[in-house]
Design a protein. Structure first.
Length: 200
């Protein structure tokens, strides 16, 4: 869970309107480290070297988002944690590809996601933005599978029955969350509601 939170920190800093050359370098390296080392850190928890790489990734991503900010992913994840006590990293992981698709609706963010996919070697350098974004999303989904993360329905357990009833409160809280200010794409109440409904 924590490793996926690190990846979310890196990706949100990467597409933030406040991103800079400095935060880009930090976020890119953090993302690469997570994709490379998180599965092994999960499967072989006693491997100190691998866990050290994830520690480095966490620090790099933290340095990036402390300057560039976060975004919609965290704005909603905070509500899933508050309302249903989901682990913070899991809440972020469950939202990540959905939020990427949403943010990619604006050209700047789409190009940024595509650039990161190419930097990570997930697609050829000549791939168009759509193909590159799809490759990034595919790699994130594979990472979640390797880490054996549950679906939202499984994670919610008995809370699933009143998820829909809590959406309005989560939407309003997400709109007020400070992390939303640095999302690359403005999000309305209706759009956040749709993103939450899409999770189930």
């Amino acid at each position: 869970n924590t490793g996926m939170d690190v990846l979310t920190h890196a990706l949100e800093a990467w597409v933030s309107p406040r991103a800079s050359d400095f935060t880009d370098a930090l976020a890119e390296k953090a993302a690469k480290l997570v994709f490379q080392y998180l599965p092994t850190a999960v499967e072989k928890g006693d491997c100190v070297a691998t866990r050290g790489k994830m520690h480095n990734a966490s620090t790099l991503a933290g340095m990036a988002f402390s300057q560039a900010g976060l975004g919609l992913n965290h704005a909603i994840a905070h509500q899933l944690g508050g309302q249903f006590h989901l682990p913070h990293g899991l809440a972020n992981a469950l939202l990540l590809t959905t939020v990427i698709r949403f943010n990619a609706g604006v050209p700047r963010a789409a190009k940024r996601y595509a650039r990161l996919a190419k930097a990570c070697g997930f697609c050829p350098a000549e791939a168009n933005d759509i193909a590159a974004i799809n490759a990034l999303i595919q790699q994130i989904e594979l990472l979640k599978q390797r880490c054996a993360l549950p679906s939202l329905a499984v994670a919610l357990k008995e809370g699933r029955s009143n998820f829909s009833a809590r959406i309005p409160a989560m939407v309003q809280a997400a709109l007020a969350d400070v992390t939303l200010r640095t999302n690359p794409r403005p999000a309305s109440a209706e759009e956040i509601r749709e993103l939450l409904e899409e999770l189930l």
